[in-house]
Design a protein around this ligand. Structure first.
Ligand SMILES: *[C@@H]1O[C@H](CO)[C@@H](O)[C@H](O)[C@H]1NC(C)=O
Ligand SMILES: *[C@@H]1O[C@H](CO)[C@@H](O)[C@H](O)[C@H]1NC(C)=O
Length: 217
């Protein structure tokens, strides 16, 4: 009996931990972020509700393709709480992804959100890798209309494998999903991680580390 109640307590604890691992639920209809405030809290301070208007929940321009004239051949147009202040506390956001032929949204992590992607045009190879020790890759080629899910916190990527431009739209369950790019955080930090540390971590010599050129995607 005592054992059971300990188990139940642990279970309850783990559920409360899980629910608090994502954006908190709103305690009012909305909390439109105030444009200028010195108040610091987890999220953004609310604007006076009597001064909230439709434009606080509005964004125009997601029909416009992102700029893919870069080394990755990739452009992202984010619509999160920074673009729509009304998203503050709602735990949801959107991003448009544009890929030139061969373009890649290089391996990255969203520390605060799972992602649900649909291809609007073209063909994308998409994949994510499970955490240690398995590091198992789940990979799929998507066509127009296909949907794929990237679980929160896991390394994932998308690559255009078609002959034309590709376009995708993703929904994420955070007002501010965050972005950790694997290449630029490991090889492109400021200041850089020591070349000796990287050489040891990747089992290569330090001269090879110096040759790695990470563009900021
Ligand atoms: C796209 O980005 C490139 C590189 O930053 C820039 O030179 C170019 O002007 C941009 N194109 C448009 C249409 O904004
Ligand atoms: C690194 O990549 C950028 C973008 O492709 C390029 O402009 C730059 O010349 C490269 N630097 C070196 C040292 O190769």
């Amino acid at each position: 009996m005592a054992k059971n109640s300990v188990l139940l307590a642990l279970l309850a604890l783990s559920f409360s931990y899980l629910t608090s691992a994502f954006d908190p639920s709103p305690l009012q209809d909305f909390c439109v972020a105030k444009a200028t405030t010195t108040v610091k809290l987890n999220g953004l301070a609310c604007k006076d509700p009597s001064r909230v208007h439709a434009n606080d929940f509005f964004f125009r321009g997601l029909h416009i393709a992102g700029n893919t004239s870069n080394a990755a051949g990739f452009g992202a147009t984010q619509v999160s709480a920074a673009q729509i202040r009304g998203l503050n506390t709602l735990g949801i956001s959107l991003v448009r992804l544009d890929f030139a032929p061969g373009g890649i949204n290089a391996p990255h992590i969203h520390p605060r959100a799972s992602e649900m992607l649909t291809v609007l045009d073209g063909a994308l190879e998409v994949g994510f890798v499970t955490s240690n020790p398995d590091n198992k890759l789940f990979v799929k080629v998507l066509q127009k209309g296909d949907v794929f899910v990237f679980p929160v916190g896991l390394v994932h990527y998308q690559r255009n494998v078609g002959n034309s431009n590709a376009v995708a739209l993703s929904g994420l369950n955070s007002q501010n999903p965050g972005l950790v790019s694997v290449a630029s955080s490991v090889f492109g930090s400021e200041p850089g991680i020591s070349r000796e540390a990287l050489a040891k971590a990747f089992q290569i010599d330090a001269n090879t580390v110096d040759k790695i050129n990470v563009s900021k995607f």
